[in-house]
Write a protein that binds this ligand. Structure first.
Ligand SMILES: [Zn+2]
Length: 308
């Protein structure tokens, strides 16, 4: 499943290749892929739009249009955005195909069909929506059907690579929380974009056991975790993402980061730091890989289960 580095790779590829391109038409082959508005309306509204720039928020690609609207693409499990030159054979897994004015196609491929595409009014992306309860039907309707791109990401946590995401900010977010580190890193409202691969990698690099609770960390450990999260994500981007199956960049090629991971899916292999065999446990139904020597287990009371 694509995480921050994979989605960032796709976004950067698209920025290079389709910024400035005009979408002349779109074909929706799997209607459920379109989250907003209704598929027919989506096609009518996207026709003729010009792409200004492509970015990312959390695990979604943001295709900004010249008129201010934003198309969001959540790749989820197996989604991919591929730029196909003219004459490229058709793709049976393409769920939505955008025709570009220069003859290329921007294809949304998704084998398992969990990904979603939305078209929204722009604005409010960086503003976190206050969870204020306001009486009135209008507010309730808006909450049910978010229509601005900012609303789509209203419940997401901070971007870990943003300059504003400091060690102090992480410390503040960890304070008073009893959740286990692995569970918290996967929580998109705690921090955006981190998934199973990079959570395990960050904890190994920070030498923190996945079952440690957030409020048990010393300031030094928080600083290590902060550095580790950012470095594993940066390394992932530098290597064009980790491919364990379907993930490809917009060039339709896998990334190189899977071979460069330290613990993820290395169960039984020696730790690169100490030589001890990497172990696998299940935390919150997710496979979790760690080094039992470098990542010291919390006190026995914390090992009782996963009641985070
Ligand atoms: Zn080790």
């Amino acid at each position: 499943m694509p995480e921050l580095p994979e989605v960032e790779t796709v976004a950067r590829d698209l920025q290079r290749w389709v910024a400035g391109a005009q979408i002349t038409d779109a074909e929706v082959r799997w209607p459920r892929t379109i989250r907003h508005p209704e598929p027919e309306q989506f096609v009518a509204e996207i026709r003729g739009a010009q792409i200004s720039r492509v970015g990312r928020r959390a695990k979604s690609v943001l295709i900004n249009l010249v008129d201010g609207r934003v198309m969001t693409v959540a790749l989820r499990m197996t989604g991919a955005l591929i730029v196909a030159p003219p004459g490229t054979p058709d793709d049976p897994y393409a769920r939505v195909v955008f025709e570009l004015a220069d003859g290329r196609e921007l294809r949304y491929r998704d084998v398992r069909k969990f990904g979603r595409i939305g078209l929204w009014e722009g604005g409010g992306l960086l503003r976190r929506k206050r969870a204020k309860r306001v009486k009135g039907a209008k507010r309730a309707a808006e909450a049910k059907a978010p229509y601005r791109v900012g609303d789509v990401f209203g419940r997401h946590g901070p971007e870990p690579l943003a300059t504003t995401f400091t060690a102090a900010k992480l410390a503040e977010r960890l304070r008073g929380r009893s959740a286990r580190l692995k569970t918290l890193l996967l929580d998109q409202s705690f921090i955006a974009g981190v998934g199973n691969i990079y959570a395990d990698e960050a904890l190994w690099r920070a030498r923190l056991h996945p079952l440690r609770t957030a409020d048990s960390l010393t300031p030094n450990e928080v600083a290590r975790l902060h550095r580790a999260i950012r470095s594993v994500l940066r390394q992932g981007i530098a290597n064009r993402g980790s491919s364990f199956g379907d993930y490809v960049g917009a060039d339709d090629l896998p990334g190189d980061n899977a071979e460069k991971l330290f613990v993820y899916q290395r169960t039984g292999e020696p730790c690169y730091r100490c030589g001890r065999r990497i172990e696998r446990i299940v935390v919150g139904q997710r496979s979790t890989h760690f080094c039992p020597r470098c990542q010291k287990a919390p006190e026995p009371v914390g090992q009782a289960g996963d009641a985070a």
